[in-house]
Design a protein around this ligand. Structure first.
Ligand SMILES: NC(=O)c1ccc[n+]([C@@H]2O[C@H](COP(=O)([O-])OP(=O)(O)OC[C@H]3O[C@@H](n4cnc5c(N)ncnc54)[C@H](O)[C@@H]3O)[C@@H](O)[C@H]2O)c1
Length: 288
């Protein structure tokens, strides 16, 4: 049986694991550092599968099969025979390089090693391995089971064969893909969208409007399903700050993180994951 490895069972790793298990007949192994994180990841996938059945999107037997294909482990060696491994660990270059160096020693000669990084250079991640030609960026979007796009990123040494196989893999997952030909930090989507988020933060800081009104304005004016603050809360403010910092390091002042974003992270208001961000999720009501 085909095997797919997912490193990191947080927000994105869990969503990607669900997509893999529900689309292809592959043993899907999620690896994280602690059992309780893996239990939460499994419970999230069980909830997603249950809802798919309730909505009539899947037969009960199929959903049961998806969950049976999902495995959870605290050992990276359990992805040893995987043909495809997707890393979804925190947005930290040093950590990702360590993980890739480890995977390079564990995985077989044909395995494709992909990073779900939002904007870190694939070339630098790949340089931690002896096979940079098999390292690639696969940037899924949140929530992974819903969002159609995967931004595929070519590192400096990524081979055409790796790109081709990755595009085929994404299409088997029911995703559309685009190819980022040059490995510039932030790729396409993160670079463009960060400018938009940053300007929304500055509007709020300057008192131009409330978070709720800026969100409403952007939803209705641009036909976006969510406003910038709803998106920041969904993605996680800590992740957004790390992304903004890495863009600033690459491109300079124009990507300087808004002070409000830094303050919110220091205060522990990380968005939905901490039940408070621009909106309050503990009281299930909106309005920061
Ligand atoms: N949050 C989003 O909306 C979003 C969207 C697209 C891409 N991304 C990117 O996806 C990646 C993951 O983001 P996330 O939001 O899922 O983060 P997260 O914090 O929810 O999950 C990261 C997981 O990685 C685990 N982890 C840490 N070190 C590890 C290690 N050495 N080995 C295995 N697991 C380890 C953590 O325990 C955690 O469960 C980041 O690179 C992020 O930039 C995030």
């Amino acid at each position: 049986m085909e095997k797919v490895g997912i490193i990191g069972g947080g927000l994105m790793g869990t969503g990607i694991a669900y997509v893999v298990a529900s689309h292809i007949d592959a043993e899907t192994v999620v690896v994280d550092v602690a059992e309780e994180i893996l239990q939460k990841s499994r419970a999230t996938c069980e909830g997603l599968a249950r809802r798919a059945v309730e909505k009539g999107q899947a037969a009960e037997a199929d959903a049961k099969g998806w969950l049976q294909r999902l495995r959870h482990s605290t050992k990276k060696t359990d992805v040893q025979s995987a043909s495809f491994v997707i890393e979804a660990a925190p947005e930290d270059l040093k950590l990702k390089r360590e993980i890739f160096a480890e995977l390079d020693n564990i995985c077989g000669a044909e395995a494709i090693l992909a990073s779900n990084t939002t904007g870190l250079p694939i070339t630098q991640i790949a340089a931690a391995t002896r096979h940079p030609e098999r390292v690639i960026g696969t940037h899924f979007f949140n929530p992974a089971p819903v969002m159609k796009l995967v931004e595929i990123v070519r590192g400096f040494a990524t081979s055409d064969a790796t790109i081709q196989k990755t595009r085929e893999f994404c299409s088997r997952l029911g995703k559309e893909s685009i190819l980022v030909e040059k490995d510039y930090p932030g790729f396409i989507t993160t670079r463009v969208y960060n400018g938009y988020l940053s300007e929304a933060l500055r509007c709020l800081e300057e008192g131009v409007g409330s978070a709720a009104d800026i969100d409403k304005a952007c939803r209705l004016a641009f036909n976006h399903p969510m406003g910038p603050f709803e998106t920041l809360d969904l993605v996680g403010l800590d992740t957004c700050l790390k992304v903004a910092e890495s863009l600033q390091a690459a491109y300079g002042e124009r990507f300087r993180p808004a002070p409000l974003l830094r303050q919110m992270v220091s205060a522990g208001r990380l968005g939905r994951k901490s039940r408070a961000g621009f909106y309050d999720y503990a009281r299930k009501e909106k309005g920061a």
